[in-house]
Write a protein that binds this ligand. Structure first.
Ligand code: BG6
Length: 245
C-alpha cells in the first residue's frame, strides 16, 4: 500500500523532490533491503505489529555518505494501519538534511469519483506545470486529469471518499507538513514501465511527506513522524459519541 522513500541531501544543496542528483528517483530507501526487526506479531491488545529498520551500508554510502538509522513501525488494527517512522543521526559531528514521503497508493473503484478534503487554501507546487505555485480554491478536491501536486502546510487530517469498496478513509499525519496528490492519467501511465496503461482510474496517491522543505538532523538527534489510515465506519462514530456522553 505504501512504499516509503527517503532522500538525503548533501549539506547546503537546495531541497528538491523527485529526481535526485546523487542516486535514483525518490532516493534509496525504497530500493534498499530493510532489516526485519520484529516479524508481524499479535500484541495483547489484538494489534499486529511489525518493525523494520535501515542503517547506512555500503550501498547507501555509495550515493550518500552519511551514517543514519531509520526505524519503521507498522501497526495493523481491524480498520486502521499506523505507520511510525524515526530517523536518527548517530554521527558525532556531521549534520544531514533529507526529505521523506510515504508513497501511499489507494485502490479506488473510480478515481474521478474520489473527493479529498483538507486542501482548501493551501499553496501547492504543480509538477505538471513546471513547478508553478498556486493556491487551492476548492473545499473538496477531485481529480479529472494528470495530477502531480505538492500541497504545502496541509492540516493533520484528510478524508478521502470512494476508496476501497466505495468507503471513506481518514488519513491523519503528524510531523508531515506536506501532502502529495498524484495520478498519472492516460499519457503519463503509458510512459511508465511499471504502471499498466489502464490502471490509472483505479488508483490515487495521497502521500504524507516532508518534501517542500528539508528536514535538518543535527548530530545525535532524531526525527519522528507518523501517519494513520483509518476506514470510517459511520455507524461506529455515533455509537462512540453516545458512549462518551
Ligand atoms: O514512478 P515513481 O518513481 O514511483 O513515482 C511516481 C510519482 O510519485 C509521486 O510522488 C511524484 O509526485 C510523481 O512526480 C511521480 O511520478
Amino acid at each position: 500500500m505504501s512504499r516509503n522513500w527517503i532522500k538525503g541531501k548533501h549539506r547546503k544543496k537546495k531541497a528538491q523532490f523527485g529526481p535526485w542528483s546523487f542516486g535514483p528517483q525518490h532516493g534509496f530507501a525504497r530500493i534498499t533491503r530493510w532489516n526485519l526487526e520484529r516479524s508481524p506479531e499479535r500484541l495483547h491488545n489484538g494489534d499486529i505489529e511489525a518493525i523494520f529498520s535501515l542503517t547506512d551500508n555500503e550501498f547507501t554510502r555509495s550515493m550518500w555518505n552519511y551514517q543514519f538509522r531509520i526505524t519503521y513501525r507498522l501497526i495493523l488494527r481491524e480498520k486502521e494501519l499506523h505507520f511510525h517512522i524515526g530517523v536518527y543521526n548517530p554521527s558525532k559531528d556531521l549534520s544531514f538534511t533529507f526529505n521523506m514521503l510515504l508513497h501511499t497508493y489507494l485502490k479506488v473503484p473510480d478515481v474521478r469519483r474520489c473527493q479529498i478534503t483538507g486542501l482548501h487554501g493551501c499553496t501547492f507546487i504543480d509538477k505538471t506545470r513546471d513547478g508553478a505555485i498556486y493556491q487551492e480554491g476548492r473545499e473538496i478536491v477531485t481529480i479529472g486529469e494528470w495530477t502531480d501536486r505538492v500541497y504545502q502546510h496541509t492540516p493533520q487530517e484528510h478524508v478521502i471518499t470512494n476508496v476501497v469498496s466505495g468507503r471513506k478513509m481518514r488519513l491523519q499525519k503528524y510531523n508531515f507538513p506536506d501532502t502529495v496528490i498524484w495520478n498519472p492519467w492516460i499519457d503519463q501511465a503509458r510512459e511508465m514501465s511499471d504502471f499498466g496503461d489502464d490502471e490509472f482510474p483505479n488508483m490515487l496517491c495521497v502521500e504524507s511527506g516532508h518534501v517542500s522543505s528539508p528536514i535538518i538532523l543535527l548530530p545525535g538527534t532524531a526525527f519522528e513522524a507518523s501517519q494513520i489510515l483509518q476506514i470510517i465506519i459511520e455507524g461506529n462514530v455515533n455509537r462512540k459519541t453516545k458512549r462518551n456522553r
